[in-house]
Design a protein around this ligand. Structure first.
Ligand SMILES: [Mg+2]
Length: 164
């Protein structure tokens, strides 16, 4: 059995370098996208321009939905509004309820839906538990570039080895 801790694609790339062509080739039609760390740093309110461009291109090809664990609806609402996307805050990933609600709203076969996020213990686990495609991306820092060393991910991967 595949581990629920393992992403289908551990991209080692920031989201803005994820290939739209590859997503299409993998049959992806809808994307659930994590916010903090994935689209911008948790410590920042500014969405990097290359992330904005990537989102704009994605909109032409996929159905998008932001799904965040952030308890601040105000923050996630503002980001979603700026990108003109639907969103959920307080998603409680890796709990399934909110993610399943979004999946049913997408009205798409689960094999054609992917979740993109920067954490194993929230984004990847919930995606695997909900039977959708899972893509791990590099966390973005305040300057909009990928962080050089991601302690959270390092620890999550370490723990994953022991949970195997
Ligand atoms: Mg995140």
């Amino acid at each position: 059995m595949r581990s629920i801790l393992k992403a289908h694609w551990d991209s080692k790339l920031p989201i803005y370098e994820i290939s739209h062509f590859k997503l299409q080739k993998d049959g992806i039609k809808s994307l659930l996208i994590d916010v903090d760390g994935t689209l911008l740093s948790r410590q920042s309110n500014k969405i990097p321009s290359n992330v904005k461009n990537w989102i704009e291109e994605s909109k032409k090809l996929f159905s998008l939905y932001l799904i965040s664990n952030n308890p601040s609806d105000e923050r996630i609402k503002k980001i979603a509004k700026e990108l003109d996307l639907r969103y959920k805050s307080k998603a409680y990933k890796p709990r399934k309820k909110v993610t399943l609600d979004v999946i049913s709203e997408m009205n798409e076969d689960s094999k054609n839906i992917a979740i993109i996020g920067d954490r194993i213990f929230t984004d990847i686990i919930v995606g695997n538990r909900c039977n959708i495609h899972t893509i791990l991306v590099k966390r973005l820092s305040r300057n909009g570039l990928p962080v050089k060393f991601n302690l959270t991910l390092f620890l999550e991967k370490l723990i994953s080895i022991f949970l195997k």
